[in-house]
Design a protein around this ligand. Structure first.
Ligand code: UTP
Length: 233
């Protein structure tokens, strides 16, 4: 990451499946994530951390589905509350350097945020945590959003279906949006929410897709070193 003289705000959209894979909460991930945030906070970066619902959301949605017929809103609210629980977990483990209140509405004014970390949860039905993260970037004038998922690179086609799919290291928003389309559905498997992509393009935000299972690589990016991942700008 390029160094600037002003305090740089990095938005981190953390895929919920990194924090809560299907096997349960990944405490090793949390320990290493905390170490990384602490290191880079000390060198002057500040972070907005938005966590997805991951296995928590799926467990609650699947359980409720077995008992009643769920509406899209029901699924979303279970997802939102899962992002709140996961966000609260993040706020707790990062409490030495996090703003004490978890943000639940990205449109509300933010007063007296001085700590290195701000934790933000899902907002309302119909959106995603990628979208909330992008809204926070816009609100705070951030230039960089890191999307932590479980892929090394965005590919031009789904690599699980097309073996000839090519890895993309850099791509313009215009071309990325041709790959992901315009609409978002909960549970859809895209590297970055298409609706969030539209907003990111409008705000001229750079989104970097990195594999959250390889936090050394994320650390390299934050340190301005060579990294594996896809830059969208
Ligand atoms: P995400 O889909 O953003 O989480 O939110 P994620 O981590 O990227 O995805 P998984 O969980 O690892 O697959 C989880 C769910 O919460 C609801 C949606 O239903 C979404 O699928 N949600 C989240 C909202 O409805 N509004 C929000 O603002 C955020």
């Amino acid at each position: 990451m390029k160094k600037t003289t002003e305090v740089e705000t990095v938005i981190l959209s953390v895929g919920g499946s990194l924090v809560v894979p299907s096997a349960g909460i990944d405490t090793e991930f949390l320990k290493n994530f905390k170490k990384m945030i602490s290191k880079h906070s000390e060198r002057g970066l500040r972070f907005v951390v938005v966590v997805g619902g991951g296995g928590t959301a799926r467990a609650y949605q699947n359980a409720a589905k077995k008992v009643v017929k769920l509406t899209r809103d029901d699924l979303d609210w279970l997802g939102i509350h899962s992002t709140r629980l996961n966000g609260h977990l993040m706020r707790t483990i990062l409490r030495d350097f996090a703003y004490p209140v978890m943000i639940k509405d990205p449109t509300r004014p933010l007063k007296n945020w001085h700590e290195p970390v701000l934790v933000v949860a899902g907002w309302k039905p119909g959106w995603s945590t990628d979208y909330v993260a992008t809204r926070m970037a816009k609100k705070l004038g951030a230039k960089i959003l890191i999307n932590l998922s479980n892929i090394d690179y965005v590919c031009d086609k789904d690599p699980s279906k097309f073996p000839e799919a090519k890895k993309i290291k850099e791509i313009a928003w215009q071309d990325f949006r041709k790959i992901v389309g315009d609409t978002w559905d909960p549970g859809m498997n895209v590297p970055f929410d298409p609706v969030a992509s539209k907003l990111a393009e409008q705000c001229k935000l750079e989104v970097v897709i990195l594999n959250g299972k390889k936090l050394k690589n994320v650390d390299n990016f934050l340190s301005g070193k060579k990294m594996i991942g896809t830059r969208i700008f």
